[in-house]
Every structure is written in C-alpha cells, then in structure tokens.
Design a protein around this ligand. Structure first.
Ligand SMILES: [Zn+2]
Length: 243
C-alpha cells in the first residue's frame, strides 16, 4: 500500500510505502517533507477533520512541526459527502480564498492509474514490484507536464463558467426571495456558526438537545436530497449530450 501526495494539477510530488496500514504518521511525514520543499498553502485530504486535530496535538509536544499548522486544511469535495453535514460545512474548501474550485480528488486519479500496476506486480519479485510503480509514476508526471497547457486552459474556462453560473444563481435566488445579497452572506455566516457551535448540545436540557439533534438530521436529509437531485439532473444532461 502506498500513500501519495499530488499537487492540484495531479502531478505526483511524493509517495511512500506503508508498512503499518493507515496511520496519521505517514501523511504527517509527507506533509513535513513537502512543506519544507514547496511552502504549499493548502492541505486537502479526505480525513482533514480527523487529521488536523491530531496534528495540533502532535505540534504541542513537537514544536518544530508547528509551522505545518499555518497551512489551510480542507476536505476533498466528494469524500466530504460521506461526512456529517456539520463536518462538511466546517471543513469545506469552497469558502477558502485561493482554493478555488479544487475538487481535491486528484489523488484518486493517480491511485486509479497506479492500481493498474497491481495486475502485473503481484507476479514479480519484491524489488521489481517496487520499481514498477516508480517507473509508472515518472511516466504519469511526464504525461501531465506535456498536457499541462491543455488542462490549465480547460480548467480556466470551466472555472470562469462556473463563477458566472454561481453569480447568476445567487442573483436569481436573491430576487426570488426578495432579499439583498448581504443578507445571504449573513445566512452563510449563521450556517457556519451553527456548524461550529457544539456547546448547544452539551448545555441544553435533554428536550432541547433532542430538538437540535432533529434539526441537524433534517438539514442533513434536505442537503442530501438537493445533492441527489443535482447529480441526477447532471447525469441527464450528460446522457443527452452523448445521444
Ligand atoms: Zn469529517
């Protein structure tokens, strides 16, 4: 098993062989190595909500790792759907300036590509089996670099379109609800406050705690419902284009 780090463009930066299964020390080591080499600003992973408290705890006993906390962590978009609604809101990368429309799933493309090696490496000796993924990783990076101008321009066009669509959607929503845009921003702040505030449940009576719990589940169900409708609509559009 391998843990890999890729940049936003999908280029493999570092990888290691895992000998003890999934433990936080592996991403911590890679983060430390990369932070020293690249001074990256964002840290996106599918377990940001669990990894970051671990890093904060480790940084107390090992102050030399404190600089890693300057990075901005966020959850990858699709993996976040499997987390709780509050977690998704708190750890989402969407409101972070500079994170843009990063999906954070680039590492899955790399994993999918490298997983093909498993078909052949399982019949090889250990040394050859270890070298094969490295050769493929070099090939992957070369291919990414050669096609960089195409992927960057395509991403730029997509991002501009998405920004226009999001602005239009916000304008339509504001006019439909008859409220100014700053009111929407207030609602966004309220939702983030609701997501970060856990004190309500511990300080309230059992009846209030139950009420808040029901509200939380209701928000979660509504959100999943919207997500399913949006995904289904997108699928229909794709099917329509193909036909
Ligand atoms: Zn989570």
């Amino acid at each position: 098993m391998k843990r890999v780090f890729v940049c936003r463009l999908g280029i493999l930066l570092k990888a290691l062989n895992m000998f003890r299964g999934e433990i936080f020390a592996y991403p911590l080591f890679l983060q430390k190595e990369l932070h020293a080499a690249t001074n990256a600003h964002f840290y996106c992973t599918d377990i940001a909500c669990r990894y970051w408290p671990y890093l904060e705890k480790v940084a107390i006993s090992m102050p030399e790792l404190g600089s890693l906390l300057q990075m901005s962590p966020f959850l990858s978009v699709m993996h976040a759907k499997a987390h709780s609604t509050k977690c998704e809101i708190v750890w989402s990368g969407r409101p972070l300036d500079g994170a843009g429309t990063t999906a954070g799933e680039e590492v899955e493309m790399m994993n999918s590509y490298l997983s093909r090696c498993a078909l052949t490496t399982k019949y090889m000796t250990k040394s050859a089996g270890n070298d094969m993924p490295t050769v493929h990783a070099i090939g992957w990076n070369l291919w990414k670099q050669i096609s960089l101008h195409l992927s960057l321009s395509s991403r730029y066009i997509k991002t501009v379109r998405r920004t226009e669509m999001a602005n239009k959607k916000l304008e339509d929503l504001c006019s439909e609800l008859g409220c100014p845009e700053n009111r929407v921003l207030e609602w966004v702040r309220d939702v983030r406050l609701w997501a970060t505030d856990d004190s309500i449940h511990t300080s309230c009576s059992s009846q209030h705690a139950l009420q808040h719990s029901i509200e939380r589940f209701l928000v979660c169900i509504r959100k999943k419902q919207v997500c399913i409708i949006t995904l289904t609509a997108t699928r229909f559009i794709i099917c329509g284009e193909r036909n």
